[in-house]
Design a binder for this molecule. Structure first.
Ligand SMILES: [Zn+2]
Length: 480
Protein backbone atom coordinates (compact mmCIF):
# COMPACT_ATOMS: atom_id res chain seq x y z
CA UNK A 1 0.00 0.00 0.00
CA UNK A 2 2.64 2.40 1.18
CA UNK A 3 4.99 1.12 -1.55
CA UNK A 4 2.53 1.84 -4.39
CA UNK A 5 1.92 5.30 -2.91
CA UNK A 6 5.67 5.97 -2.96
CA UNK A 7 5.85 4.69 -6.56
CA UNK A 8 3.02 7.04 -7.65
CA UNK A 9 4.69 9.95 -5.89
CA UNK A 10 8.04 9.11 -7.53
CA UNK A 11 6.34 8.91 -10.93
CA UNK A 12 4.63 12.29 -10.48
CA UNK A 13 7.90 13.83 -9.28
CA UNK A 14 9.80 12.34 -12.25
CA UNK A 15 7.28 13.67 -14.80
CA UNK A 16 7.30 17.09 -13.10
CA UNK A 17 11.13 17.14 -13.13
CA UNK A 18 11.25 16.12 -16.83
CA UNK A 19 8.68 18.78 -17.79
CA UNK A 20 10.53 21.41 -15.79
CA UNK A 21 13.86 20.31 -17.37
CA UNK A 22 12.37 20.44 -20.88
CA UNK A 23 10.94 23.92 -20.25
CA UNK A 24 14.32 25.09 -18.97
CA UNK A 25 16.13 23.57 -22.00
CA UNK A 26 13.67 25.18 -24.49
CA UNK A 27 14.41 28.59 -22.99
CA UNK A 28 18.20 28.18 -23.49
CA UNK A 29 19.33 29.94 -26.64
CA UNK A 30 21.75 28.41 -29.16
CA UNK A 31 22.08 25.13 -31.03
CA UNK A 32 24.51 22.23 -31.73
CA UNK A 33 25.72 21.74 -35.26
CA UNK A 34 26.55 18.19 -36.32
CA UNK A 35 28.29 17.56 -39.61
CA UNK A 36 28.35 13.93 -40.80
CA UNK A 37 29.31 12.79 -44.35
CA UNK A 38 28.27 16.06 -45.89
CA UNK A 39 25.09 16.15 -43.86
CA UNK A 40 24.39 19.02 -41.53
CA UNK A 41 22.13 18.77 -38.53
CA UNK A 42 21.15 21.57 -36.27
CA UNK A 43 19.84 20.40 -32.94
CA UNK A 44 18.25 22.57 -30.30
CA UNK A 45 18.95 21.73 -26.61
CA UNK A 46 15.75 19.70 -26.22
CA UNK A 47 16.30 17.80 -29.47
CA UNK A 48 19.89 17.02 -28.32
CA UNK A 49 18.59 15.49 -25.05
CA UNK A 50 16.14 13.25 -27.00
CA UNK A 51 18.92 12.20 -29.39
CA UNK A 52 21.19 11.12 -26.47
CA UNK A 53 18.41 9.03 -24.89
CA UNK A 54 17.73 7.44 -28.30
CA UNK A 55 21.42 6.51 -28.66
CA UNK A 56 21.45 4.70 -25.28
CA UNK A 57 18.30 2.70 -26.14
CA UNK A 58 19.76 1.72 -29.52
CA UNK A 59 23.00 0.42 -27.96
CA UNK A 60 21.02 -1.69 -25.42
CA UNK A 61 18.95 -3.28 -28.21
CA UNK A 62 22.14 -4.04 -30.16
CA UNK A 63 23.64 -5.91 -27.20
CA UNK A 64 20.46 -7.99 -26.77
CA UNK A 65 20.45 -8.97 -30.42
CA UNK A 66 24.08 -10.00 -30.24
CA UNK A 67 23.38 -12.31 -27.23
CA UNK A 68 20.57 -14.06 -29.09
CA UNK A 69 22.82 -14.55 -32.09
CA UNK A 70 25.48 -16.21 -29.89
CA UNK A 71 22.84 -18.53 -28.36
CA UNK A 72 21.67 -19.55 -31.82
CA UNK A 73 25.22 -20.29 -32.98
CA UNK A 74 25.82 -22.43 -29.85
CA UNK A 75 22.67 -24.43 -30.61
CA UNK A 76 23.91 -25.08 -34.15
CA UNK A 77 27.18 -26.35 -32.64
CA UNK A 78 25.21 -29.02 -30.69
CA UNK A 79 25.18 -27.48 -27.22
CA UNK A 80 22.59 -28.48 -24.61
CA UNK A 81 19.40 -26.62 -25.29
CA UNK A 82 15.79 -27.20 -24.62
CA UNK A 83 15.46 -29.11 -27.88
CA UNK A 84 18.32 -31.56 -27.27
CA UNK A 85 17.33 -31.96 -23.62
CA UNK A 86 13.90 -33.08 -24.79
CA UNK A 87 15.43 -35.81 -26.93
CA UNK A 88 17.77 -37.02 -24.11
CA UNK A 89 14.90 -37.36 -21.70
CA UNK A 90 13.08 -39.51 -24.17
CA UNK A 91 16.16 -41.74 -24.56
CA UNK A 92 16.59 -42.25 -20.78
CA UNK A 93 12.90 -43.05 -20.49
CA UNK A 94 13.18 -45.73 -23.15
CA UNK A 95 16.33 -47.04 -21.46
CA UNK A 96 14.60 -47.45 -18.11
CA UNK A 97 11.66 -49.09 -19.79
CA UNK A 98 13.98 -51.65 -21.42
CA UNK A 99 15.63 -52.19 -18.01
CA UNK A 100 12.27 -52.79 -16.34
CA UNK A 101 11.16 -55.21 -19.03
CA UNK A 102 14.50 -57.00 -18.79
CA UNK A 103 14.07 -57.45 -15.03
CA UNK A 104 10.56 -58.80 -15.55
CA UNK A 105 11.91 -61.25 -18.11
CA UNK A 106 14.60 -62.44 -15.65
CA UNK A 107 11.95 -62.93 -12.96
CA UNK A 108 9.74 -64.94 -15.30
CA UNK A 109 12.66 -67.02 -16.56
CA UNK A 110 12.72 -65.75 -20.16
CA UNK A 111 16.49 -65.62 -20.56
CA UNK A 112 16.81 -64.63 -24.19
CA UNK A 113 14.20 -61.88 -23.99
CA UNK A 114 15.95 -60.58 -20.88
CA UNK A 115 19.28 -60.53 -22.71
CA UNK A 116 17.80 -58.54 -25.60
CA UNK A 117 16.23 -56.02 -23.22
CA UNK A 118 19.46 -55.75 -21.24
CA UNK A 119 21.43 -55.00 -24.41
CA UNK A 120 18.92 -52.30 -25.35
CA UNK A 121 19.04 -50.74 -21.89
CA UNK A 122 22.82 -50.75 -21.99
CA UNK A 123 22.77 -48.85 -25.28
CA UNK A 124 20.27 -46.25 -24.07
CA UNK A 125 21.37 -45.76 -20.47
CA UNK A 126 24.66 -44.64 -19.04
CA UNK A 127 24.25 -46.83 -15.94
CA UNK A 128 26.73 -49.68 -16.31
CA UNK A 129 26.22 -50.89 -12.71
CA UNK A 130 22.54 -51.54 -13.45
CA UNK A 131 22.72 -52.81 -17.01
CA UNK A 132 25.75 -55.07 -16.45
CA UNK A 133 24.05 -56.72 -13.50
CA UNK A 134 20.95 -57.29 -15.61
CA UNK A 135 23.08 -58.76 -18.40
CA UNK A 136 24.72 -61.15 -15.89
CA UNK A 137 21.39 -62.29 -14.49
CA UNK A 138 19.82 -62.60 -17.92
CA UNK A 139 22.78 -64.65 -19.15
CA UNK A 140 22.44 -66.95 -16.14
CA UNK A 141 18.75 -67.48 -16.83
CA UNK A 142 19.51 -68.09 -20.50
CA UNK A 143 22.21 -70.58 -19.47
CA UNK A 144 25.04 -68.57 -21.03
CA UNK A 145 27.62 -69.01 -18.26
CA UNK A 146 30.45 -67.38 -20.19
CA UNK A 147 28.52 -64.18 -20.79
CA UNK A 148 27.42 -64.11 -17.16
CA UNK A 149 31.00 -64.57 -16.00
CA UNK A 150 32.20 -61.74 -18.25
CA UNK A 151 29.49 -59.46 -16.86
CA UNK A 152 30.36 -60.33 -13.25
CA UNK A 153 34.03 -59.65 -13.97
CA UNK A 154 33.03 -56.25 -15.34
CA UNK A 155 31.25 -55.55 -12.07
CA UNK A 156 34.49 -56.25 -10.18
CA UNK A 157 36.12 -53.17 -11.67
CA UNK A 158 34.04 -50.69 -9.70
CA UNK A 159 34.02 -50.27 -5.94
CA UNK A 160 30.26 -49.95 -5.74
CA UNK A 161 29.54 -53.15 -7.63
CA UNK A 162 32.52 -55.29 -6.61
CA UNK A 163 30.68 -57.27 -3.92
CA UNK A 164 27.85 -58.16 -6.29
CA UNK A 165 30.39 -59.28 -8.89
CA UNK A 166 32.30 -61.48 -6.44
CA UNK A 167 29.10 -63.05 -5.16
CA UNK A 168 27.92 -63.79 -8.68
CA UNK A 169 31.21 -65.42 -9.61
CA UNK A 170 31.21 -67.37 -6.35
CA UNK A 171 27.73 -68.79 -7.01
CA UNK A 172 28.88 -69.78 -10.49
CA UNK A 173 31.94 -71.60 -9.15
CA UNK A 174 29.83 -73.33 -6.49
CA UNK A 175 27.37 -74.52 -9.13
CA UNK A 176 30.25 -75.76 -11.26
CA UNK A 177 31.73 -77.61 -8.28
CA UNK A 178 34.93 -75.56 -8.25
CA UNK A 179 35.00 -75.23 -4.46
CA UNK A 180 38.63 -74.12 -4.32
CA UNK A 181 38.00 -70.93 -6.32
CA UNK A 182 34.63 -70.49 -4.61
CA UNK A 183 36.38 -70.52 -1.23
CA UNK A 184 38.81 -67.78 -2.34
CA UNK A 185 35.94 -65.67 -3.67
CA UNK A 186 33.94 -66.23 -0.49
CA UNK A 187 36.91 -65.00 1.53
CA UNK A 188 37.10 -61.84 -0.59
CA UNK A 189 33.35 -61.27 -0.30
CA UNK A 190 33.65 -61.77 3.47
CA UNK A 191 36.45 -59.15 3.61
CA UNK A 192 34.22 -56.65 1.81
CA UNK A 193 31.10 -57.33 3.87
CA UNK A 194 31.90 -59.25 7.06
CA UNK A 195 28.32 -58.88 8.32
CA UNK A 196 26.68 -60.37 5.23
CA UNK A 197 24.96 -63.48 6.60
CA UNK A 198 24.68 -65.56 3.43
CA UNK A 199 28.37 -64.96 2.75
CA UNK A 200 29.26 -66.03 6.29
CA UNK A 201 27.31 -69.27 5.86
CA UNK A 202 28.81 -70.06 2.47
CA UNK A 203 32.32 -69.34 3.69
CA UNK A 204 31.81 -71.42 6.84
CA UNK A 205 30.57 -74.40 4.85
CA UNK A 206 33.40 -74.15 2.32
CA UNK A 207 35.98 -73.87 5.08
CA UNK A 208 34.54 -76.85 6.94
CA UNK A 209 34.40 -78.87 3.71
CA UNK A 210 38.02 -78.12 2.95
CA UNK A 211 39.06 -78.89 6.53
CA UNK A 212 40.17 -75.31 7.27
CA UNK A 213 39.05 -75.50 10.90
CA UNK A 214 41.02 -72.48 12.08
CA UNK A 215 39.47 -70.34 9.34
CA UNK A 216 36.02 -71.74 10.06
CA UNK A 217 36.35 -70.82 13.74
CA UNK A 218 37.25 -67.24 12.78
CA UNK A 219 34.23 -67.03 10.48
CA UNK A 220 32.03 -68.48 13.20
CA UNK A 221 33.28 -65.85 15.65
CA UNK A 222 32.48 -63.09 13.12
CA UNK A 223 29.03 -64.57 12.63
CA UNK A 224 28.43 -64.57 16.37
CA UNK A 225 29.70 -60.98 16.61
CA UNK A 226 27.20 -59.75 14.05
CA UNK A 227 24.46 -61.46 16.04
CA UNK A 228 23.56 -64.13 13.51
CA UNK A 229 23.78 -67.07 15.91
CA UNK A 230 22.29 -68.03 19.28
CA UNK A 231 24.94 -68.43 21.99
CA UNK A 232 24.42 -72.15 22.69
CA UNK A 233 24.60 -73.00 18.99
CA UNK A 234 27.78 -70.95 18.71
CA UNK A 235 29.35 -72.78 21.65
CA UNK A 236 28.48 -76.19 20.29
CA UNK A 237 29.66 -75.36 16.78
CA UNK A 238 32.88 -73.83 18.05
CA UNK A 239 33.49 -76.95 20.11
CA UNK A 240 32.92 -79.06 17.03
CA UNK A 241 35.39 -76.95 15.07
CA UNK A 242 37.96 -76.88 17.85
CA UNK A 243 37.63 -80.64 18.04
CA UNK A 244 38.08 -81.04 14.32
CA UNK A 245 41.05 -78.72 14.41
CA UNK A 246 42.58 -80.78 17.19
CA UNK A 247 41.65 -84.10 15.56
CA UNK A 248 43.52 -83.16 12.40
CA UNK A 249 46.60 -82.10 14.27
CA UNK A 250 46.63 -85.02 16.68
CA UNK A 251 46.66 -87.38 13.75
CA UNK A 252 49.94 -85.70 12.75
CA UNK A 253 51.37 -86.56 16.18
CA UNK A 254 51.17 -82.98 17.30
CA UNK A 255 52.09 -81.36 20.57
CA UNK A 256 50.45 -80.84 23.92
CA UNK A 257 48.85 -77.44 23.22
CA UNK A 258 46.90 -79.07 20.41
CA UNK A 259 45.53 -81.62 22.83
CA UNK A 260 44.73 -78.76 25.15
CA UNK A 261 42.61 -77.32 22.34
CA UNK A 262 40.62 -80.55 22.39
CA UNK A 263 40.16 -80.22 26.13
CA UNK A 264 39.01 -76.62 25.69
CA UNK A 265 36.45 -77.92 23.23
CA UNK A 266 35.28 -80.43 25.80
CA UNK A 267 34.95 -77.77 28.49
CA UNK A 268 32.71 -75.67 26.29
CA UNK A 269 30.41 -78.53 25.49
CA UNK A 270 30.56 -81.38 28.00
CA UNK A 271 27.78 -83.28 26.26
CA UNK A 272 29.77 -83.59 23.10
CA UNK A 273 30.92 -87.19 23.12
CA UNK A 274 33.73 -86.98 20.58
CA UNK A 275 35.17 -83.96 22.34
CA UNK A 276 35.18 -85.79 25.66
CA UNK A 277 36.81 -88.86 24.15
CA UNK A 278 39.48 -86.72 22.53
CA UNK A 279 40.12 -84.79 25.73
CA UNK A 280 40.38 -88.04 27.71
CA UNK A 281 42.85 -89.50 25.24
CA UNK A 282 44.92 -86.33 25.50
CA UNK A 283 45.02 -86.78 29.30
CA UNK A 284 45.94 -90.45 28.98
CA UNK A 285 48.77 -89.51 26.61
CA UNK A 286 49.99 -86.99 29.17
CA UNK A 287 50.00 -89.66 31.88
CA UNK A 288 47.08 -88.15 33.77
CA UNK A 289 44.57 -91.02 34.00
CA UNK A 290 42.63 -89.36 36.82
CA UNK A 291 41.83 -86.33 34.67
CA UNK A 292 40.80 -88.63 31.82
CA UNK A 293 38.46 -90.54 34.13
CA UNK A 294 36.97 -87.28 35.38
CA UNK A 295 36.29 -85.99 31.89
CA UNK A 296 34.68 -89.29 30.83
CA UNK A 297 32.58 -89.59 33.97
CA UNK A 298 31.30 -86.06 33.46
CA UNK A 299 30.39 -86.84 29.87
CA UNK A 300 28.76 -90.15 30.92
CA UNK A 301 26.59 -88.22 33.37
CA UNK A 302 25.42 -86.03 30.50
CA UNK A 303 24.99 -88.86 28.02
CA UNK A 304 26.11 -92.51 28.33
CA UNK A 305 27.76 -93.59 25.12
CA UNK A 306 29.80 -96.67 24.02
CA UNK A 307 32.65 -94.43 22.76
CA UNK A 308 33.04 -93.02 26.27
CA UNK A 309 33.19 -96.53 27.76
CA UNK A 310 35.80 -97.55 25.19
CA UNK A 311 37.96 -94.54 26.11
CA UNK A 312 37.44 -95.33 29.81
CA UNK A 313 38.78 -98.82 29.20
CA UNK A 314 41.89 -97.35 27.53
CA UNK A 315 42.88 -95.69 30.81
CA UNK A 316 43.94 -99.08 32.26
CA UNK A 317 44.44 -101.43 29.29
CA UNK A 318 46.01 -104.31 31.26
CA UNK A 319 43.71 -104.77 34.27
CA UNK A 320 41.85 -108.02 35.05
CA UNK A 321 38.09 -108.26 34.38
CA UNK A 322 37.42 -108.02 38.12
CA UNK A 323 39.56 -104.90 38.45
CA UNK A 324 37.86 -103.39 35.41
CA UNK A 325 34.40 -104.10 36.80
CA UNK A 326 35.39 -102.32 40.00
CA UNK A 327 36.97 -99.32 38.25
CA UNK A 328 33.99 -98.92 35.88
CA UNK A 329 31.79 -98.48 38.92
CA UNK A 330 32.55 -94.76 38.47
CA UNK A 331 30.54 -94.88 35.26
CA UNK A 332 27.94 -97.56 36.00
CA UNK A 333 26.75 -95.91 39.20
CA UNK A 334 25.68 -92.76 37.29
CA UNK A 335 22.67 -93.07 35.01
CA UNK A 336 22.08 -96.72 36.10
CA UNK A 337 18.73 -97.05 34.27
CA UNK A 338 20.05 -95.87 30.92
CA UNK A 339 20.15 -98.79 28.44
CA UNK A 340 23.74 -97.85 27.59
CA UNK A 341 24.74 -98.24 31.27
CA UNK A 342 22.82 -101.51 31.56
CA UNK A 343 24.53 -102.97 28.48
CA UNK A 344 27.95 -101.77 29.66
CA UNK A 345 27.47 -103.44 33.06
CA UNK A 346 26.28 -106.65 31.39
CA UNK A 347 29.38 -106.70 29.19
CA UNK A 348 31.65 -106.17 32.21
CA UNK A 349 29.89 -108.97 34.12
CA UNK A 350 30.16 -111.31 31.14
CA UNK A 351 33.90 -110.57 30.96
CA UNK A 352 34.10 -111.33 34.70
CA UNK A 353 32.08 -114.52 34.02
CA UNK A 354 29.27 -113.64 36.41
CA UNK A 355 26.43 -114.55 34.02
CA UNK A 356 23.47 -114.28 36.43
CA UNK A 357 24.65 -110.75 37.32
CA UNK A 358 24.98 -109.94 33.63
CA UNK A 359 21.39 -111.10 33.01
CA UNK A 360 20.20 -108.97 35.95
CA UNK A 361 22.09 -105.96 34.56
CA UNK A 362 20.19 -106.19 31.28
CA UNK A 363 16.87 -106.07 33.13
CA UNK A 364 13.92 -105.87 30.76
CA UNK A 365 15.96 -104.74 27.77
CA UNK A 366 15.57 -108.04 25.81
CA UNK A 367 11.79 -107.53 25.88
CA UNK A 368 11.52 -103.72 25.83
CA UNK A 369 14.36 -102.73 23.53
CA UNK A 370 15.67 -105.84 21.77
CA UNK A 371 18.42 -104.26 19.70
CA UNK A 372 21.07 -106.34 17.97
CA UNK A 373 23.52 -105.58 20.77
CA UNK A 374 21.14 -106.61 23.58
CA UNK A 375 20.26 -109.87 21.82
CA UNK A 376 23.94 -110.68 21.20
CA UNK A 377 24.62 -110.11 24.90
CA UNK A 378 21.73 -112.49 25.72
CA UNK A 379 23.32 -115.15 23.51
CA UNK A 380 26.64 -114.70 25.35
CA UNK A 381 24.88 -114.97 28.74
CA UNK A 382 23.04 -118.16 27.67
CA UNK A 383 26.28 -119.68 26.40
CA UNK A 384 28.11 -118.77 29.61
CA UNK A 385 25.26 -120.19 31.69
CA UNK A 386 25.64 -123.52 29.81
CA UNK A 387 22.39 -123.40 27.82
CA UNK A 388 21.85 -125.55 24.76
CA UNK A 389 23.38 -124.48 21.45
CA UNK A 390 19.93 -124.16 19.93
CA UNK A 391 19.00 -121.47 22.46
CA UNK A 392 22.24 -119.53 21.86
CA UNK A 393 21.73 -119.73 18.11
CA UNK A 394 18.15 -118.57 18.56
CA UNK A 395 19.29 -115.32 20.24
CA UNK A 396 21.95 -114.74 17.60
CA UNK A 397 19.42 -115.25 14.82
CA UNK A 398 17.10 -112.72 16.40
CA UNK A 399 20.02 -110.33 16.70
CA UNK A 400 20.59 -110.62 12.97
CA UNK A 401 17.23 -109.07 12.08
CA UNK A 402 16.87 -106.80 15.12
CA UNK A 403 17.17 -103.01 14.92
CA UNK A 404 20.72 -101.76 15.35
CA UNK A 405 19.92 -99.23 18.08
CA UNK A 406 21.27 -95.68 18.16
CA UNK A 407 24.02 -94.66 15.77
CA UNK A 408 25.64 -91.50 14.40
CA UNK A 409 22.93 -90.30 12.03
CA UNK A 410 22.81 -87.12 9.95
CA UNK A 411 19.80 -85.00 10.91
CA UNK A 412 19.49 -83.82 7.34
CA UNK A 413 19.94 -86.86 5.11
CA UNK A 414 19.59 -89.67 7.69
CA UNK A 415 22.75 -91.42 6.52
CA UNK A 416 24.60 -93.51 9.11
CA UNK A 417 28.25 -92.93 10.02
CA UNK A 418 30.48 -95.45 11.75
CA UNK A 419 32.14 -92.67 13.73
CA UNK A 420 31.40 -89.08 14.48
CA UNK A 421 32.44 -86.56 11.80
CA UNK A 422 32.07 -82.75 11.78
CA UNK A 423 30.80 -82.81 8.19
CA UNK A 424 28.27 -85.36 6.92
CA UNK A 425 29.97 -87.58 4.34
CA UNK A 426 26.75 -88.06 2.45
CA UNK A 427 25.19 -84.60 2.14
CA UNK A 428 28.08 -82.41 3.24
CA UNK A 429 26.15 -80.59 5.98
CA UNK A 430 28.11 -79.16 8.86
CA UNK A 431 27.51 -80.33 12.44
CA UNK A 432 24.42 -82.43 11.73
CA UNK A 433 25.43 -85.85 13.13
CA UNK A 434 23.60 -86.87 16.25
CA UNK A 435 23.47 -90.11 18.22
CA UNK A 436 20.03 -91.61 17.72
CA UNK A 437 18.13 -94.62 16.53
CA UNK A 438 17.26 -94.70 12.82
CA UNK A 439 13.63 -93.89 12.04
CA UNK A 440 13.12 -97.18 10.20
CA UNK A 441 15.11 -100.40 9.94
CA UNK A 442 18.32 -99.20 8.35
CA UNK A 443 18.56 -102.09 5.98
CA UNK A 444 15.93 -104.36 4.45
CA UNK A 445 16.74 -108.03 4.84
CA UNK A 446 15.74 -110.36 2.07
CA UNK A 447 12.48 -112.06 3.02
CA UNK A 448 14.28 -115.41 3.37
CA UNK A 449 16.11 -114.38 6.56
CA UNK A 450 12.84 -114.45 8.43
CA UNK A 451 12.96 -118.19 7.96
CA UNK A 452 16.23 -118.32 9.93
CA UNK A 453 14.57 -118.93 13.32
CA UNK A 454 12.94 -122.04 11.83
CA UNK A 455 16.21 -123.28 10.36
CA UNK A 456 18.66 -122.67 13.19
CA UNK A 457 16.25 -122.89 16.10
CA UNK A 458 14.11 -120.42 17.96
CA UNK A 459 15.11 -118.48 21.07
CA UNK A 460 12.93 -118.83 24.15
CA UNK A 461 10.61 -115.86 24.07
CA UNK A 462 8.53 -114.60 26.97
CA UNK A 463 5.78 -113.24 24.71
CA UNK A 464 5.76 -116.21 22.37
CA UNK A 465 6.23 -114.06 19.30
CA UNK A 466 8.17 -116.85 17.60
CA UNK A 467 5.02 -118.87 17.13
CA UNK A 468 3.32 -115.85 15.61
CA UNK A 469 6.24 -115.28 13.31
CA UNK A 470 6.28 -118.93 12.29
CA UNK A 471 2.56 -118.83 11.58
CA UNK A 472 2.94 -115.66 9.53
CA UNK A 473 5.65 -117.21 7.47
CA UNK A 474 3.80 -120.44 6.86
CA UNK A 475 0.65 -118.58 5.81
CA UNK A 476 2.79 -116.47 3.51
CA UNK A 477 4.22 -119.66 2.10
CA UNK A 478 0.73 -121.05 1.51
CA UNK A 479 -0.32 -117.91 -0.31
CA UNK A 480 2.61 -118.25 -2.67
ZN1 LIG B 1 23.85 -85.73 5.78
Amino acid sequence: MLWSLIKILAFVLGVTALTYGAMELSQIQGEVLITFAGLEMRLGPLELAFALVGMVVLTWVMFKLFGMLVAFLKFLNGDETAVSRYFTRNRVERGYQALTEGMMAVASGEGHLALAKAAKAEKLLDKPELTTLLIAQAAEVAGDQKKAEAAYKLLLTEDRTRFVGIRGLMQQKLAAGDTETALKLAQKAFELKPKHEATQDTLLKLQADSGDWTGARATLAAKAKSGGLPKDVLRRRDAVLALSEAKDLISEDSSIDVQEAAIAANKQSPDLIPAAVMAARAHIAKGKPKLAARVLTKAWTAKPHPDLAAAFAEIEPNETPAQRLKRFNALTKVNPTDPETQMLLAELQIAAEDFPAARRALGSLPEDAPTARVLTLMAAIERGSGSEDQVVRGWLTKALVAPRGPQWICDKCQSIHAEWEPVCQSCGSFDTLSWKAPAKAEFAMPAGTEMLPLIVGAAPSPVGEDEIEAEDISSAEVQK
